[in-house]
Design a protein around this ligand. Structure first.
Ligand code: PDD
Length: 276
């Protein structure tokens, strides 16, 4: 397996990162995950834009404009240029003596790899989730590599046989450990506004756009945790999650059987059209 590291394409086992890399010591870095579908990156420009914005937020000076060429080289070397695959990109602040303060002239570390990835046509399998208080920090808008909070929360879900842990903060449902959440009530779609409490998912933005284009009322408003059982439908969105219908949240079932709610289903079908 090949990876791209700081200007070189190497076998993964030969790619070496310094133990003083701040990505390793502090989780001081930003990452992106995007999919190539039918030889094109699905909303690739939006993913690179978010990468640039997040790097800017944490003051890592890195120009993303050369990335498309580098990505192409990597995919060619891996013989994935015309295959469906998942691309991981990570930019860390770079190598420096271990201190909170960092030098200004530090060179960022760029790591990328691509792996074959087959997306199911449509996410048909209903999922179950659990809900927990968000114990992460207050800048969830930054797609940082320090994902311990998300990892811990996700672990609770997986150990209980669930797909995700959904968070609430200040009484409102925000997002999940690696996806965004939407609810539907009386024909209106709700999702938490894109503030510092959530990562503004590219898939989330696509779903909002799909709602607008097909005249499904959409409100960017956080649903109260105490009201989740009153909702008609709920679904998760994310790059690898796509649109996944939530069948059960804790002990509450939104529906029995396998058929998602009408609006979730409609959005899944519209999303499928986008990919083809
Ligand atoms: N996760 N919220 C969180 C906390 C996420 O980590 C993600 C993405 C999302 C959805 O964002 P998008 O639609 O742009 O993928 C929301 C990626 C896929 C991951 O960690 O692998």
């Amino acid at each position: 397996k090949k990876v791209y590291l700081n200007g070189e394409i190497l076998d993964a086992e030969n790619a070496k990162i310094s133990v003083f890399d701040r990505g390793f010591l502090f989780g001081d870095g930003i990452y992106e995950v995007m999919l190539q579908i039918n030889s094109n990156f699905f909303y690739g420009a939006e993913h690179l834009k978010r990468l640039a914005e997040c790097l800017e937020k944490i003051n890592i000076k890195f120009d993303v404009s050369s990335l498309p060429d580098t990505i192409e080289q990597l995919l060619q070397t891996c013989e994935l240029e015309d295959k469906d695959c998942l691309l991981y990109i990570q930019v860390t602040r770079g190598i420096a003596p271990r201190k909170h303060s960092f030098p200004t002239n530090i060179e960022p570390t760029l790591l990328m790899y691509a792996i074959p990835f087959i997306l199911p046509d449509i996410n048909e399998k209903p999922i179950s989730v659990v809900i927990a208080k968000d114990f992460r920090w207050h800048r969830c808008d930054i797609k940082m590599t320090s994902l311990l909070g998300n990892v811990m929360a996700n672990d609770v879900a997986i150990k209980g046989g669930h797909y995700e842990t959904v968070f609430y903060r200040d009484g409102k449902v925000t997002e999940a450990s690696h996806s965004n959440i939407f609810f539907v009530k009386d024909g209106i779609v709700y999702t938490h506004p894109a503030d510092e409490n959530i990562l503004n998912g590219i898939t989330r933005e696509i779903v909002i756009q799909l709602c607008r284009e097909s005249n499904i009322p959409i409100q960017e408003k956080g649903i109260l945790e105490q009201d989740i059982n009153e909702m008609d439908e709920a679904f998760l969105t994310g790059t690898s999650t796509q649109i996944a219908s939530i069948q059960k949240i804790d002990e509450h079932a939104y529906y029995e059987g396998n058929e998602p709610g009408v609006i979730t289903k409609k959005l899944q079908l519209l999303f499928l059209e986008l990919k083809n």
